[in-house]
Design a protein around this ligand. Sequence first.
Ligand code: ADP
Ligand code: ZN
Length: 214
Amino acid sequence: MRVILIGPPGVGKGTQAALIGSRKGVQTLSSGEIFRREIEAQTDLGRLAQRYISHGELVPNGVTIEMMAKRLRESEVRKHGFILDGFPRTVKQADALNEILFDMEMPLQKVFWLQAPDELIVSRLSGRLGCTKCGAIYHSVNKPPTREGFCDVCNSPIVVRSDDQPETIRERLRVFRESTAPVIEYYKDLGLLVAVDATRDAEEVYKEIIRETD
Ligand code: ADP
Ligand code: ZN
């Protein structure tokens, strides 16, 4: 499988990426998740990324592309393909990805555009909780963990992401319209785009994505 999940923040890209990754044994490359790990490990890249992420802005293209190129070239990806979540987010990143995949002789199969109205996105994001260790995603109302404050999968603490504050959510939606919407057009022009109704529950969305790629 060689696919991209694209869509506004909070639409469920991370949830789908995790589902497909675990059930189909495909490597998930989530740029946001990779950045969060770098931040936690307090690397130079993490420190740089944090400055942008905390304001809801995009991390600069150069470092983002370099980081994702490195991950894509790993052997697991060469063997089983990839699910990209959160990358590419700008046309520059999409161009760079084209080159990387061309070199690897791993052409894209499909780009899934997950769609949902703003109200739904804001309500999903404002109750969202994430595991500090394994990245599992919960929601205070829609999907609470069995034991409050702790991950069902690995028992680590779950927290509200610092960029899930209302101010930052608004900024991320603005950035999505400005920088990422053109990427959707880009893949539409290449004939790779598949629009998916992401207001349905995760299992339904999952089934549709699998149906389109199997
Ligand atoms: P969401 O899709 O819910 O906004 P992500 O976890 O994908 O969350 O991303 C969190 C933040 O990480 C983004 O707001 C942005 O600051 C940064 N980021 C993630 N992917 C990219 C990317 N491809 N280019 C630039 N910045 C990125
Ligand atoms: Zn966990």
